[in-house]
Design a protein around this ligand. Structure first.
Ligand code: PEP
Ligand code: MN
Length: 347
């Protein structure tokens, strides 16, 4: 249930509404806007009569909402969530879209990772990606360098100033990852690992959740709801394709329509990953452009210094020359999209 207060409602009237909700065993979250306050009422069964709430002093309107993702919904939080990093980089709203690039997994050749990071910096990207804990379909495939990989990412950050995003697979690793990462990524396969999502709600690092291979948009937003309702509002969503009957030409079907849909029904930033979304390096540029035009707040794609010998996902990774060419072209498009007239120059 969403309660919209009158613009001139007093603090005492707001408190009376909050007390009324609490007395009936429900939790409430206040969103304080510039003009008016909005209260979201949370609970499995909301057994408060909307007419009684609407009759309280200072209440403008009451809406029973159908979507169970209340905190992630735009109804409860009309303004876009914009996440700001200590170096000033922002994700969300009408901010300039950001680029997250790097190898699928961090490998033992640190110089290779550094070459990618330097090229990423040179091309104006903001984030270095790379898995140190890898969710592999087969237990016989490379599982990641774990803490050594995190140290490599941190070293590359030190040398370039890029921010680091890396995957968390297990609640046990959260505190270790927090020492190294700027964003913790929940992989597609863990999108419905509810224990992990709850634990990530209790930390204060931004979390990026990738869409599960067979997850509906509602389930995707409910995953975000787990993190937010446990106390962490800094959630980024990432569309990375869903499974389809046709895998002949692409690994997944990249759901570009998820971008404007999520921008309409949620306030959270939405990033698109055309590498995992398609499985093909030649599709990164066209699908990345489509995502940007559709309103994506950024892109994540894979780059490797030697894709033919990558330990993971070489076929969907760009080499360094291809990376520069594709990123130049994406930056040109970003410069031409009018984000509140903020970026009129090409880069
Ligand atoms: C990744 O980004 O490294 C990854 C494993 O992607 P996904 O979870 O989307 O498969
Ligand atoms: Mn990968």
């Amino acid at each position: 249930m969403i309660i919209v207060m009158e613009p001139d409602a007093t603090e005492a009237q707001l408190k009376r509404v909050l007390d009324y909700i609490e007395a009936r065993g429900m939790k409430s979250y206040i969103h304080k806007g510039d003009i008016l306050n909005v209260v979201a009422v949370i609970g499995d069964k909301i057994n408060i009569n909307p007419e009684s709430v609407a009759a309280l002093d200072g209440v403008s309107s009451v809406k029973k909402i159908q979507e169970p993702f209340k905190l992630a919904s735009r109804q409860s939080h009309p303004e876009d969530t914009i996440i700001t990093f200590p170096n000033g980089v922002k994700i969300g709203g009408n901010e300039r879209p950001i680029l997250m690039v790097g190898p699928c997994s961090v490998e033992k050749d640190f110089d290779g990772l550094l070459k990618v990071a330097m090229a990423a910096k040179e091309m104006g990207c903001q984030f270095l990606r790379g898995g140190a804990f890898k969710p592999r379909t087969s237990p016989y495939d490379f599982q990641g360098l774990e803490e050594k990989g995190l140290q490599y990412l941190a070293k590359a950050r030190e040398k370039t100033g890029l921010l680091v995003i890396t995957e968390v697979m297990d609640t046990m690793d959260i505190s270790l990852l927090c020492q190294y990462a700027d964003i913790l990524q929940v992989g597609a396969r863990n999108m419905q690992n509810f224990k992990l999502l709850k634990a990530l709600g209790r930390i204060n690092k931004p979390i990026m959740i990738k869409r599960g291979p067979a997850a509906s948009i509602k389930e995707f937003l409910l995953a975000a709801e787990y993190v937010i309702s446990n106390g962490n509002p800094n959630v980024i969503l990432c569309e990375r394709g869903v499974k389809s009957f046709d895998t002949q030409f692409a690994r997944n079907v990249l759901d570009i329509s998820a971008v404007p849909i999520i921008r309409k029904i949620s306030h959270l930033p939405i990033i698109v990953d055309p590498s995992h979304g398609t499985g093909k390096r030649y599709l990164i540029e066209p699908m990345g452009k489509a995502a940007l035009v559709a309103g994506a707040h950024g892109l994540m794609y894979e780059v490797h210094h030697d894709p033919d010998n990558a330990l993971c996902d070489g076929a969907q990774s760009l080499n360094l020359d291809q990376f520069r060419e594709v990123t130049r072209s994406l930056n040109k498009l970003i410069g031409r999209i009018d984000y509140d007239n903020k970026n009129s120059q090409d880069s």
